[in-house]
Ligand binder design. Structure first.
Ligand code: 4AD
Ligand code: MG
Length: 461
């Protein structure tokens, strides 16, 4: 039986079998106590063992981290803070653990735990993080499936750089020492026609472009998959491999897009409060004081909205000195985003209508000719958690913009085609799944909400 279920028992029960890993062991001459955890919940099950067990001598040599199977009777616990304990009638050590086991009972730093990413799921904090991650993955699907969104698997290997930021990881089978070459004017370049896909390909930075194609057939769709970015920024909020959720909705403008994002985030937060209560309480006590209050407030609040131009104004008026200068036309930095949602509105904030120069080619141009119908959702502590926009559905405008940016419309003919045949206004956004988990758990480093994080210089495990 799993411990989570066992701890919910309403009456004492005999002959129960559980398996798990020893969190702590207090071995005595005649009585010993083990805290056993099987990952099903934060709480461990208290095992009480006495010297009537035929292999009681095992207690003297068993180590923290050992894997055991026990049988016993669930009885009221006299100990404080727990309802049940298991009076053990038989114990078997499935896998021993010697005294080198790195997760002995004491507080370890997150930095240290990262270096033992193969073992950290057995700690309280990471047990809670990865249960939250699993529960929220399910909630994402539930939200969209309940609303008749089609789940589409967009490709992981792609020849298009959706965001145009040149952050694609190259995918190739060419010999790195002797790649086939081709003459390009006066110089020589790699002949990608000779590569596996007969094209220059990489790992996807976003499934949006293909998502748009599907929205042009199924109306409402979403993707939820791994995303890769070779941006060499070593921050606490960027990973080279992360998961993104990208809904795309037809017949929608930027307001509808923001409304969907707000409803979605509120749903996910409510879901966590309801289904991950024990783990959230742990985060509230150990990681971010007041977390549950913050999340409960979000569920009830209406998100604020301000234009990029207003945001820049607010930052100018703040009298605050920022590391990066604030000027109209420059991208907002993390410090600016956090100031706006933490100091100005003290809650989630949509910033909309960004200058077109700092946003991707596909965003719909606003009538002012200077801004695009973009939105970022900023939340306290994390900053940008969602980025989205209304898409440019007007073929001539989109083509002109691509040419202006030096892109070749021919390379994205399939993308332009849906503007030729049955084009419709549509919009979408991307939620960074890890940023969501950071917000929900209070964990401050993205490396601590990913099972095996990939960041510049790190791909172990
Ligand atoms: O703002 P981004 O780059 O937007 C897009 O990729 C659009 N194609 C989305 C869309 O409209 N369908 O990324 C979206 C979100 C960000 O707001 C952030 O939460 C997350 O993805 N994100 C990252 N998360 C972790 N590590 C990184 N390197 C990230 N880059 C973006
Ligand atoms: Mg963005």
């Amino acid at each position: 039986m799993r411990i989570k279920k066992l701890l919910l028992a309403t009456a004492a029960t005999d002959s129960i079998e559980v398996r798990g890993w020893v969190r702590t062991l207090r071995a005595g001459k005649t009585v010993s106590f083990i805290e056993l955890n099987d990952g099903s919940c934060l709480s461990s099950l208290q095992l009480v063992l006495n010297d009537e067990l035929e292999n009681y001598s095992l207690m003297a040599k068993m180590g923290t981290g050992a894997c055991v199977r026990v049988c016993g009777n669930l009885v009221d616990s006299p100990a404080k803070g727990q309802r049940w304990e298991l009076q053990v009638t038989a114990i078997e050590q499935i896998g021993a653990a010697d005294s080198d086991y790195p997760l002995q009972k004491k507080r370890h730093s997150f930095e240290y735990l990262r270096s033992i990413a193969h073992l950290r799921p057995r700690s309280n904090a990471f047990g809670a993080v990865f249960r939250l991650r699993s529960a929220l993955s399910f909630a994402v699907h539930q939200f969209f499936q309940q609303r008749d969104f089609l789940y589409v698997h967009t490709p992981i290997i792609t020849a298009s750089d959706c965001e145009g930021a040149g952050e694609l990881f190259r995918v190739t089978t060419l010999d790195p020492l002797y790649p086939p070459t081709v003459k390009q004017g006066n110089s020589v370049g790699i002949d990608w026609n000779d590569d596996f896909f007969a094209a220059k390909t990489g790992l996807t930075v976003s499934g949006q472009l293909q998502g748009e194609l599907f929205a042009s057939a199924f109306s409402d769709i979403y993707t939820f998959g791994p995303t890769f970015r070779a941006e060499n920024s070593n921050t606490s909020r960027h990973a080279s491999e992360f998961w993104m959720i990208e809904p795309e909705i037809a017949f929608a403008d930027l307001t509808a897009d923001c409304n969907l994002a707000e409803e979605f985030l509120r749903y996910l937060v409510s879901y966590a409060l309801e289904h991950c209560a024990e783990d959230l309480q742990f985060f509230n006590d150990r990681i971010e004081k007041g977390l549950i209050g913050k999340l409960t407030a979000l569920v009830q609040s209406k998100f604020e909205t301000m234009t990029y131009t207003e945001a820049v104004d607010q930052l100018h008026r703040s009298g605050q000195s920022f590391e990066y200068p604030v000027e109209w036309g420059a991208d907002l930095q993390s410090e600016h985003e956090r100031y706006l949602c933490e100091q100005v509105v003290n809650g989630p904030l949509f910033v909309v209508d960004y200058p077109k120069e700092i946003k991707a080619f596909y965003m719909r141009g606003n009538d002012d000719g200077k801004t695009v119908a973009a939105m970022d959702l900023l939340v306290p502590r994390v900053g940008e958690i969602i980025g989205g926009s209304q898409r440019e559905e007007r073929l001539d405008v989109l083509q002109a913009r691509m040419v202006e940016l030096g892109m070749s419309p021919k390379s994205l003919q399939w993308y332009l085609d849906i503007r030729r045949w049955g084009s419709c206004p549509h919009a979408g956004f991307g939620l960074g799944f890890e940023r969501l988990l950071m917000y929900l758990s209070g964990m401050e480093n993205i490396r601590d909400v990913i099972p095996f994080p990939r960041t510049p210089g790190h791909a172990s495990f």
